[in-house]
Design a protein around this ligand. Structure first.
Ligand SMILES: [Zn+2]
Length: 248
């Protein structure tokens, strides 16, 4: 199994790894995924979602306002920012050979849970057990702002519009700026030079291209966008909604 090529966190960990291209499965990190997919398989998607929902018990116990999960070749990393704190606690464990990040995260969660229960069974109050685990893993050199998710705006497109975008060889990101009209025209002109029947192009392809161009110009007359809160390169948890969001 191939995993993510995020840079490895060194002794002084100041943030979380940035995402890398080409696109990788959000769950296991393999680059063997189909275009426009976020996961290599349904099973892989289910696995990470199951483990992340398992983590909610621990995050509730820690009274987490925000949390972030990411993985590298060497580690799985769960950062937690409690409601009452200005500092992040980092739960980190080494990746085990041949296992998916979700399995290592599951073990990290279960291990931390066991540690918490052990403290409680030894007559420590629940809140003090949480506090001592968080303090033990406290990392004051990580910017707490780095796990607060940003609202990310994306163009809302129908299936047909998405295929038109493909014909023009444009990305969704190309529609995110005010320049979208210009980008669509430039893409059309570039592709027309390839497909115009006058230069030996295929008439059918040229017609398809012209239609895609018209359809996307129509979209720019009343562009629709959706917005979701997420983190670049990390899964992000919001304690208010008790939900995990996939990375951008
Ligand atoms: Zn996968």
């Amino acid at each position: 199994m191939e995993s993510s090529t995020h840079p490895v966190p060194s002794g002084k960990i100041a943030g979380r790894p940035k995402p890398t291209r080409p696109k990788r499965c959000l769950s296991c990190g393999t680059s063997l995924i189909k275009p426009n997919r976020r996961y290599c398989s349904k099973a892989c998607r289910h696995q990470i979602n199951w483990v992340l929902s398992l983590s909610k018990g621990l995050l509730r116990t820690f009274n987490a306002r925000y949390a972030a999960f990411c993985f590298t070749h060497e580690h799985v990393i769960l950062d937690v920012l409690p409601v009452w704190s200005k500092e992040i606690s980092r739960f980190i464990c080494a990746r085990s050979n041949g296992k998916k990040p979700a399995e290592d995260l599951k073990n990290l969660i279960l291990e931390s849970g066991r540690e918490w229960h052990h403290l409680v069974n030894n007559n420590t109050s629940k809140s003090y057990a949480s506090l001592s685990l968080l303090t033990k893993n406290n990392k004051e050199n990580i910017d707490p702002g780095s796990i607060k998710p940003d609202a990310k705006v994306r163009p809302r497109l129908s299936k047909h519009e998405t295929s038109c975008l493909k014909i023009l060889r444009l990305d969704r990101e190309d529609l995110s700026s005010d320049e979208h009209k210009r980008k669509i025209r430039t893409a059309y002109k570039t592709m027309a030079k390839l497909h115009h029947p006058d230069v030996g192009g295929d008439a059918g392809k040229f017609r398809q291209l012209a239609e895609a161009h018209q359809q996307m110009l129509l979209w720019t007359q009343n562009p629709q966008y959706t917005s979701r809160k997420a983190l670049q390169g990390s899964w992000s948890y919001d304690g208010y909604t008790n939900r995990w969001s996939p990375p951008l």
